[in-house]
Design a protein around this ligand. Structure first.
Ligand SMILES: CC(C)(COP(=O)(O)OP(=O)(O)OC[C@H]1O[C@@H](n2cnc3c(N)ncnc32)[C@H](O)[C@@H]1OP(=O)(O)O)[C@@H](O)C(=O)NCCC(=O)NCCS
Length: 298
């Protein structure tokens, strides 16, 4: 295994049986799953043959990361639902996750699929930054224990709550984000005026602030730790408190008509807590290019 990549990494479709075998091994390595939770190779082959999108990042012949998305029907609209994105540890923070999402986007647009959806753990700061900050997703759905209370994965030991995110591929918001238009000053300015609904209390614990005061405002911030996996390893009870507090904040805010618009770290780099920014109002007005759900307000 390479300590760090030496050659340019090539992003391409997974094509052969061996490519998919490498994806299976990489899934085991990244999520550290029992056999019962690993996607069977036969299903991988079937989804690929039936038009699902499997893209990989290759360091020579070796797979460094991959993304898998299947065609789906959501509220009467065709989407690509991205079920897995994984980059091996030595290759992280080199933009590979981002490039794999761009490759998924290209494949989806070529199939005239305008939206990709996926889920992620809202306590994972890295994923939040990649999804909201770099890619420009939005979300108005929070799923409590989406995969059940736990799975065999090391990444699923603190419950499996998920934000269901939507990526409107050709929208102005996403195009601006992919062109690197800097949205951070505006977002950080918003945070500077808000007391988060959940925030650090000074000794690493989550503090819940007044809900009715927060719901009366136009915007809500929700703070998360910069590295929840380290918190989980050192103090599982504290990690559970963060889960309970942020679950409370997201579910109450979304129920009251907010949606999740942004995420930003308080300082650049990996350190420092991150903040979600939730806006009150219609997600469809905020991003007009989103496919309309039948139950959405007009
Ligand atoms: C999520 C994952 C795919 C990201 O892959 P990656 O190749 O590291 O992604 P990128 O390099 O494109 O982007 C990561 C960004 O997060 C930043 N980052 C790293 N640690 C961070 C942290 N603790 N908090 C916030 N941001 C962080 C990186 O600096 C980088 O941002 P930048 O380009 O602005 O500097 C990878 O971490 C992974 O495989 N995780 C485990 C599996 C998983 O969670 N999959 C997704 C859900 S299904």
């Amino acid at each position: 295994m390479a300590d760090s990549p030496q050659k340019p990494i090539v992003i391409r479709d997974l094509e052969s049986f061996e490519d998919l075998q490498q994806a299976e091994a990489l899934e085991r390595e990244v999520w550290r799953l029992d056999d019962r939770d690993v996607m069977p190779l036969t299903l991988m082959i079937a989804t690929k043959e039936a038009g699902s999108v499997w893209v990989g990042a290759f360091d020579g012949p070796q797979l460094a990361g991959f993304a898998f998305g299947f065609l789906a029907m959501e509220s009467g609209h065709i989407t690509l639902h991205s079920h897995m994105l994984a980059v091996r540890e030595p290759y992280r923070s080199l933009d590979l996750g981002y490039k794999l999402k761009l490759a998924q986007r290209e494949r989806a647009l070529a199939m005239r699929v305008p939206e990709i959806t996926w889920t992620f753990d809202p306590l994972q700061s890295r994923n939040a930054h990649l999804n909201f900050g770099k890619l420009g997703v939005v979300s108005d759905i929070y799923k409590v224990d989406f995969y059940g209370p736990e799975t065999s994965s090391v990444l699923h030991q603190n419950g499996t709550d998920r934000l269901w995110v939507r990526w409107p591929l050709a929208s102005r918001r996403v195009r601006d984000r992919l062109q690197g238009k800097d949205h951070r000053p505006e977002v950080l300015d918003a945070f500077s005026r808000l007391q988060p609904l959940v925030q650090f209390n000074g000794d690493g614990n989550p503090l819940r602030n007044d809900l009715s005061a927060a719901l009366a405002r136009q915007r809500i911030a929700i703070q998360i730790p910069s590295d929840i996996l380290t918190v989980e390893q050192k103090d599982p009870n504290l990690a559970r408190e963060w889960r309970q507090a942020t679950r409370w904040a997201f579910t109450e805010a979304l129920r009251a008509g907010f949606f999740v618009a942004e995420f930003a770290r308080t300082v650049r780099g990996h350190q420092g807590p991150g903040n979600y920014l939730l806006e009150k109002g219609s997600i469809a007005e905020y991003v007009p290019e989103l496919q309309r759900r039948p139950d959405a307000p007009r």
